[in-house]
Design a binder for this molecule. Structure first.
Ligand SMILES: C[S@@+](CC[C@H](N)C(=O)[O-])C[C@H]1O[C@@H](n2cnc3c(N)ncnc32)[C@H](O)[C@@H]1O
Length: 232
């Protein structure tokens, strides 16, 4: 897989973190899972629908949506995250038909439809979602376009991420592969419209702040939003 600086930083960080990711973020994951489940209708999830869980990590988003949909296909650029995703899905009896993940990066400039992701199973998704991955992308506008390309007409793109300024307390953000310190409603609307998923655009800041625990006791709280829009 080609690597630029941001991609390389993300891959190194998440390959290292994969084995302890779920334990480390157990509390924030529980809070986010509740939020996703409470907003299934807002997202527009369809019973029996197929989800492309992009930057899937260990599978938080797939797992949160799974009771409402039939199939989750993850993609992530970290081998170790993909392995944890698939091992957990196997342990839960969901692999491969319910949940499976692949190593990849759809957000690289150049070939918009890499050979490994060009078969018919890689298109016509009902939903494509990114959970707390968007602020890590080198070019999130390009990523949004690439995800919309994978949707059926009327399919839904949705993003769960941090509200503008939420990451301003991270002076070493770039070393963690963080590109943006969050997004406003206007940022999101522009990105969705430019990507071709501006129909029925919706944006919601989730009521409760999410707490990320730090071993040094310096916990961080973040305001989180959900944005969604449909492909024309
Ligand atoms: C903060 S984790 C979130 C994981 C998961 N979505 C969740 O909510 O727990 C960010 C994930 O984005 C992945 N990632 C970062 N940039 C990516 C890219 N360009 N393409 C695919 N995955 C990417 C990382 O490897 C990592 O697993």
């Amino acid at each position: 897989m080609a690597c630029n600086t941001v991609t390389g930083a993300n891959k190194a960080k998440f390959d290292l973190l994969a084995a302890e990711y779920d334990a480390k973020f157990a509390q924030s994951t529980r809070q986010l899972e509740e939020a996703v489940r409470a907003n299934i209708d807002f997202i527009g999830a369809r019973n029996g629908g197929r989800l492309l869980d992009y930057a899937c990590g260990t599978g938080f988003l797939s797992r949160s949506m799974m009771p409402s949909i039939s199939e989750c296909v993850g993609i992530d650029l970290s081998d170790n995250m993909v392995n944890v995703y698939n091992t957990k899905a196997q342990n839960e009896g969901l692999y491969p038909d319910g949940m499976r993940a692949y190593l990849g990066n759809l957000a690289l400039p150049g070939d918009p439809r890499p050979a490994a992701f060009s078969g018919p199973g890689w298109f016509d998704f009902d939903m494509a979602g990114v959970s707390v991955g968007f602020h890590h992308f080198e070019d999130c506008e390009l990523a949004a376009r690439r995800l919309v390309d994978r949707l059926r007409p009327g399919g839904v793109l949705f993003i769960l991420d941090f509200v503008t300024g939420s990451l301003a307390d991270m002076p070493d953000a770039a070393a963690h592969g963080v590109v943006r310190h969050g997004f406003s409603e206007g940022d999101m609307k522009g990105i969705f419209e430019a990507a071709g998923a501006g129909s029925d655009f919706g944006f919601k800041v989730l009521g409760k702040e999410v707490t990320f625990h730090k071993p040094n006791g310096k916990n961080r709280t973040r305001r989180v939003f959900l944005a969604r829009g449909s492909k024309a």
